[in-house]
Write a new protein. Structure first.
Length: 101
């Protein structure tokens, strides 16, 4: 299975719903709480000048009206996941993470 699809299913299971969106266009009507994610960076390790390991980093943003939630704790427990920042936009709390997957 494609790694991104595995990540998508993992995020759906953490959220407990299908309100998980990969690179959502502005025209889509999102349900809240939700998770949006997109590719952010790729780290390549070389051996003998040939790409040996390629790890993709995703920006994962959890959006909810409730500032105190259990989803953020679950996201922060994922391997290779770092909390990036918290911000408020349109009266919704956004918690952003950097996740290598």
């Amino acid at each position: 299975m494609d790694h991104r699809l595995e990540l998508h299913e993992l995020l759906c299971s953490i959220l407990g719903s299908r309100n998980v969106y990969y690179q959502p266009p502005e025209s889509i009507k999102m349900g809240y709480p939700c998770i949006i994610y997109f590719k952010d960076y790729a780290k390549t390790t070389f051996a003998d000048d040939v790409p040996y390991i390629n790890k993709t980093r995703y920006q994962v943003i959890y959006i909810d009206s409730d500032p105190d939630n259990s989803i953020c704790e679950k996201l922060s427990q994922l391997p290779m996941c770092l909390f990036d920042r918290h911000y408020i936009s349109d009266n919704l709390n956004h918690d952003a993470y950097k996740l290598y997957f």
